[in-house]
Design a protein around this ligand. Structure first.
Ligand code: 5GP
Ligand code: MN
Length: 339
């Protein structure tokens, strides 16, 4: 569909349901360096569609991260094939901007005639033909739970477990303020449907590879706090990736350690990528310090309390620029400094 035909408004669940019911072949995509919500969302909707008898491919630019391989059905997540897939519908999940799907994944989906865009990022520009963007939802997995249950689609065990992991990982284990009564009600319903809470939480959180702790040790050696105590940051050089044989997902979630420091309002993780670009990951404790706004200044995006950027190096320059931008916002918001 052309740019001008794209609706800036959200589609209704029924309109999305009509596309799902009336087509046969689908490719489901999520963002590069996929996290629990990205993979969980692909499995959740993917297995619901498979249970409806649809032909479904689950493609991710970076494939399945090792820490999500415990999810049943996760072996269905594939790297993008070189030749475009013969599919009618492409569905982007949990992906704030279309380029974040990755070049190879976009090429694989390039024959699709209809694009659905289902996401919870406030910065999502609604790049689909039909869009379902709910920035009040703590995870894309929760939007899919609403969609599947409201449309009365099948919810097989793979989808049930994937939704739980998607929402758990995107809410810091049901802790962030985006977690609502609806989220707990959803979790209760998933447990009633047979989800094994103890096992799934243990698989999600108690299976860290040792190298992840070695990375944490290296990061702690770089920890800094601004003199006012409001910003804590640490830095990962690409050399750590080589020395510790790290996988991209090994750094996922570590930023919560510095976010949890008393007095800190914003935590920042600077990571040097193999291509020389810098990945900046930011977390805020308070909506007055909206890290999505800061990320947007540098072409990134995300949510008010969790956002990210990919920007040019070198790393020292990126750090200076981002920390300055954060302090410009702080000056405007006038936070009370740590005494
Ligand atoms: P994380 O810090 O966990 O990588 O990302 C936090 C949030 O910001 C996620 O919701 C993620 O989708 C978003 N985000 C991270 N990096 C980028 C980026 O480079 N561009 C955009 N638009 N969003 C990002
Ligand atoms: Mn998400």
């Amino acid at each position: 569909m052309s740019e001008s035909n794209r609706s800036p408004e959200n589609a209704t669940f029924e309109q999305i349901g009509e596309v799902l019911r009336s087509h046969h072949s689908f490719v489901l995509l999520s963002h590069i360096r996929p996290d629990g919500d990205a993979i969980g969302s692909q499995l959740a909707l993917g297995f619901a569609l498979m249970a409806m008898g649809k032909s479904v491919r689950l493609i991710n630019e970076d494939g399945l991260p090792e820490n999500m391989a415990f999810l049943s059905g996760s072996e269905r997540i594939e790297l993008p094939p070189a030749v475009p897939l013969d599919v009618e519908v492409a569905i982007a999940l949990d992906t704030a901007t279309k380029p974040r799907l990755g070049d190879a994944a976009l090429h694989a989906a390039s024959n699709a005639g209809i694009w659905l865009n289902i996401d919870h990022h406030v910065s999502n520009p609604k790049y689909g033909d039909l869009n379902l963007i709910d920035s009040t939802s703590p995870a894309t997995g929760q939007i899919l739970y609403d969609l599947i249950t409201r449309l009365d689609l099948p919810l097989p065990a793979e989808s049930r477990d994937a939704i739980y992991v998607a929402v758990s990982t995107d809410t810091g284990s049901f802790q962030y303020p985006s977690t609502t009564a609806k989220t707990y009600e959803m979790a209760a319903d998933l447990v009633r449907r047979g989800l094994d809470v103890g096992t799934i939480n243990s698989q999600t959180y108690d299976e860290n590879p040792y190298r992840r702790l070695e990375l944490m040790r290296a990061l702690l050696n770089t920890l800094e706090r601004t003199p006012d105590g409001l910003v804590a940051h640490w830095t990962m050089r690409d050399q750590s990736r080589i020395d510790l044989a790290l996988r991209p997902e090994d750094s996922e979630g570590l930023i919560d350690v510095i976010r949890a420091i008393r007095g800190v309002q914003v935590a920042v993780f600077f990571e040097e990528l193999p291509d020389g670009k810098i990945r900046v990951s930011m977390r805020s404790k308070d909506r007055r310090y909206d890290v999505c706004q800061i990320a947007t200044e540098f072409g990134g995006g995300g949510h008010a309390l969790a956002a990210g950027i990919r920007m040019p190096g070198p790393i020292e320059e990126a750090k200076t620029r981002v920390l300055k931008a954060i302090h410009r916002r702080f000056d405007a918001a006038k936070p009370s400094p740590l005494s």
